[in-house]
Design a binder for this molecule. Sequence first.
Ligand SMILES: [Zn+2]
Length: 566
Amino acid sequence: LACIAIQSNQNDQHGGQSIPNFDYGLAPGVAKTYKKIYTANLYRAISLLVPESGITREDIKKKISDIEKSYGLFPSLEMSTEYKEKEKEVILPIVGDEDIYKKIQSFATNLALEETEKETAQAMEGLVHNLNTMHSRAGAQTPFSSINYGTDTSAEGRMVIRNVLLATEAGLGNGETPIFPIHIFKVKEGVNYNPEDPNYDLFKLACRVSAKRLFPNFSFLDAPFNKTYYKEGHPETEVAYMGCRTRVLGNTYDKNNEITYGRGNLSFTSINLPRIAINSNGNVEWFFEELERKMELVTKQLLDRFQIQASKTVRNYPFLMGQGIWIGSDKLSIDDKIGEILKNGTLSVGFIGLAEALVALTGSHHGQTVESRNLGLEIVGFMRDYLDRLSQEKQLNFTLLATPAEGLSGRFLRIDRKKYGIIPGVTDRDYYTNGFHIPVYFPVSAYEKIQIEAPYHALTNAGHITYVELDGDPNKNLQAFEQVIRTMKESGIGYGSVNHPVDRDPVCGYNGIIDDECPGCGRKEKDGPYKFERIRRITGYLVGTLDRFNDAKRAEVADRVKHNVQ
Ligand SMILES: [Zn+2]
């Protein structure tokens, strides 16, 4: 059902979608399954051990549901003493003997746990499989799906988290790495970050799975700009991410709805920072004036586009609006305009190539000098201030995005190189660097990269991500992997992930690092018709081959250097 919901929604909208509460959302389904299985096994045990009772399946079902109706108590993974007492009152008279009753109860409890775990595991396998094979009507493409989880500490929520991670670790079919969904594990102190936390075991498992499959990514609920919205017991106030970076949380339009549920980004447009920097001829003052003019132009364009979106009716979005997915749409009729409720969404300005812009302005990027680091924060801070002021003025949500730039990174570069020629450190590669990232070719330790990029996470409220590139197989050093994630958390990163090589031999199914020869079966690539698969992350999404990617992205992947974790 979760897959069908994603598929149906995809037919109504452009861009990817994200489930902000995968664990909380599916836990009630696990509870329902447990209740059903427990009741069935209770009946089986009674009919086997006390056949003379003549009790029927329907009788038992009714007795259990009567307990729920009268007292609100029911069999569950965390079986309450209150429920057990009520059950005993009803079942013991049928069984007659206290010892036999105890046996019956323990049989039903053990089997219910075992079978619920198995059904949940199968459901998660099915989900991962379906999300990698289903297609949406629009463009016959697999929907870009993301799921956020990690903070539900109920036994049912934990079972969902554990099994979706294990299904991802196992992989598809013959051990293939699943491309979808993108997993985001929410890290939170007191919930899963420290050894004494109830979901710490799941955080460890998430690290292990990510070290093998590149997902989950990690989001950090304690980063100050996320924590400010967090209300304990209200999972809708926990930040959630979509795909490779986007997010919604703050809400200037409606301060009572500073939540992640039912909202999204309406559109975004990116600014080419290197172009402005080249044109400034090193005049920083002029750079900021020109940047302000560009901000004005882009936000006007976003508003124009918003007017078009706002003129649509519920009828145009039968699932997204008709089924009440978008916040407030449940109160509208089919021919009502959606403009007012769309104001809960965000209009985002993106930027690309901060690194190259800094080189054009000062001769060095933010990985190289403190001066550039400060100027970088000034530039991005300037953009954020502009958008905050505009949000107040218009009572809309204008937010700032560190653009991933799937196509733009090469396109902007080509236009600029044609116009300005090759400028060292600016237009001499085939791509501009993502958002605020340190250039992928620049040698820097994992720790330094995290420290330099973290302050930008606080400024880019529409989305951000920091990657660390690890060499070798992190499965063989899970401690180092976990240390990188912990450093991200302690440094104020909002969203991060670790890149490492994941290779697979489609012939024998070996999964790990393959150089020339497959460690699984010893064959070499040139021996057979099948190439080894090399899974890499390109702008947040996993791909098995770079053949279909544009030259700019291929060049970017080839340039990446590993980050030392010592
Ligand atoms: Zn092999």
